[in-house]
Write a new protein. Structure first.
Length: 188
């Protein structure tokens, strides 16, 4: 996790910035333990106006951009602490929402179907001269909305997810774009 500070009209000593960075690493690194060391950047904006410090923290998490903003008199450190507390609550809320949504989307008795859905079979035959299919994956596509499909894709950690769209009754594929947004492909 990288931490980037932007200061506006705030005069903070270098040791205070180092302490702030250390505190951010102590409290937020655990949320990025499966990410690469430099793959995530947390942005901290610090502004000072009439001896009031405003600290704004932006961090990406689970495909979302989380943000916290706090103001404190005389010191930026308490505002940073309160901002980190807010971010931790947002992360827990996001995790809870994702797990609840996944749990609610699976009906009782579907455990056997899930294991069958995740079962993979090797395909021995070549499918053409230029390439060969080496893996076949089958699953039952239950009807869902685009939002449900994107959430399911995020929960699985995939870059795309094929589903039966309830809004237009078509087979669609939701995918994560390189810019962080999402795209949708519909069969005509």
């Amino acid at each position: 996790m990288n931490v980037r500070f932007i200061t506006k009209d705030a005069r903070l000593p270098e040791d205070v910035l180092r302490t702030m960075e250390k505190k951010l690493h102590q409290r937020l690194d655990s949320y990025y333990r499966y990410e690469g060391a430099d793959s995530v950047t947390v942005l901290v904006k610090i502004a000072e106006r009439k001896n009031v410090f405003k600290v704004e923290i932006n961090m990406p998490y689970g495909g979302q951009q989380l943000r916290a903003e706090n103001e404190e008199r005389d010191s930026a450190m308490p505002a940073l602490d309160k901002g980190i507390d807010v971010l931790e609550r947002q992360v827990k809320k996001h995790k809870t929402r994702m797990t609840r949504h996944l749990r609610d989307s699976i009906k009782p008795g579907e455990d056997a179907e899930l294991s069958a859905m995740e079962a993979e079979a090797d395909v021995d035959e070549a499918a053409g001269e230029d390439f060969r299919v080496v893996k076949l994956k089958r699953y039952e596509a239950k009807p869902m909305t685009v939002q449900d499909a994107v959430l399911q894709m995020e929960l699985l950690g995939h870059n795309f997810y094929m589903f039966h769209n309830t809004e237009n009754n078509k087979i669609c594929t939701a995918y994560r774009r390189n810019d962080g947004d999402y795209g949708l492909i519909e069969l005509a």
